[in-house]
Design a protein around this ligand. Structure first.
Ligand SMILES: [Mn+2]
Length: 330
């Protein structure tokens, strides 16, 4: 099986907690949000007081998730729980924004860090980190199994949504036979495959398409590296929110003969979010880490602050080309 890093007390902490605060990472994605909602639903089903938190608002495409309306965005005050559970976050920084309402008790309540990022810093009282899992929802599936927690159809649907999202429909190089077996088991527990796949892949709204057009027009390529950019001004011009236009980098990465695809998103004139996707043989997490970010071999990201878009592009393209040239990634 996998080389999971699990601290000795993690299972006991998860099993004995009743009231929990579950927190996903900032710039939430479906894996993190669905994992958090699934855990919260499970504790609630067992009679606990639970709350699922996201540090900032969900992108439009994620607002339909079952139970999504119960998700709280960085609440100002939070009742003290037995346990805090972090889901899918490689570092404490990425959940901190969601826990501002926990100020008075955060240092005296244990935290279990459940993740699948190889770059996870190991924060928290206990850790369950499986870098071989393609999604945190796979890690959660194992935990539900080990703790004999019931996977209801609602929980199965949430977990399958995370599995399908992070594997891009069982297509990424991180996808394993086990990902598929877990997908199958979740379908057996009542997850509706087609509805979940549609919710993950058919989320674009027509109003976004002109912005996609702009981004596609700007595509640049150097050998097998492809990139484009979008700015807060572009989004404003089309009446859109940058957070609502997920999926562009995945579309770029579907281009034939491209090993690395990159989308630069300028959230302001001196803050650029960089999303990297790679096919097998290139480790973009290493590139992202050079800039204080993280992620997985095939999907990673970082934020570059204090420079303009052109400088950010130059730095990243240089680093990616160096990584490709070094062959150290093979
Ligand atoms: Mn994930």
């Amino acid at each position: 099986m996998s080389e999971r890093r699990i601290s000795p007390g993690a299972l006991a902490r998860l099993a004995s907690a009743r009231d929990v605060v579950v927190v996903g990472h900032n710039n939430p994605d479906a894996d993190s949000v669905c994992g958090a909602l699934a855990l919260a639903a499970s504790y609630r089903d067992r009679g606990g007081r639970t709350i699922a938190i996201t540090p900032n608002a969900l992108p439009e495409a994620l607002r339909f998730l079952p139970g999504g309306e119960t998700l709280q965005i960085a609440p100002e005050s939070l009742e003290r729980p037995d346990l805090v559970i972090a889901v899918d976050s490689g570092s404490y920084d990425r959940i901190a924004g969601g826990l501002q309402g926990a100020r008075v008790w955060i240092d005296s309540v244990p935290l279990v860090n459940i993740d699948h990022h190889i770059s996870n810093s190991g924060y928290g009282t206990e850790q369950v980190i499986d870098p071989h899992a393609a999604s945190v929802c796979e890690v959660l599936y194992d935990l539900f199994d080990e703790l004999s927690w019931e996977i209801t159809p609602a929980i199965a649907r949430l977990l399958l949504t995370g599995v399908i999202t992070d594997t891009r429909g069982f297509r990424t190089s991180s996808t394993t036979a086990r990902s598929l077996r877990i997908g199958g088991a979740l379908i057996d527990r009542g997850a509706p495959l087609t509805a979940v796949a549609d919710s993950v892949h058919r989320y674009r709204v027509a109003a976004e398409l002109p912005l996609w057009g702009l981004v596609l027009e700007r595509v640049e390529r150097y050998d097998d590296v492809l990139w484009s950019h979008v700015t807060h001004r572009d989004a404003a011009r089309f009446g859109l929110d940058l957070a609502d236009i997920e999926g562009l980098v995945g579309f770029l990465a579907d281009t034939r003969d491209v090993h690395v695809a990159i989308l630069f998103t300028a959230h302001s004139d001196d803050r650029v979010r960089v999303s990297l996707r790679a096919d097998m043989g290139v480790d973009v997490a290493r590139v992202a880490q050079q800039f204080g970010g993280g992620g997985h071999r095939a999907a990673a990201g970082c934020t570059i602050e204090g420079v303009d878009l052109g400088t950010a592009v130059e730095r990243i393209i240089t680093a990616v080309r160096a990584a490709l040239a070094s062959g150290a990634n093979a």
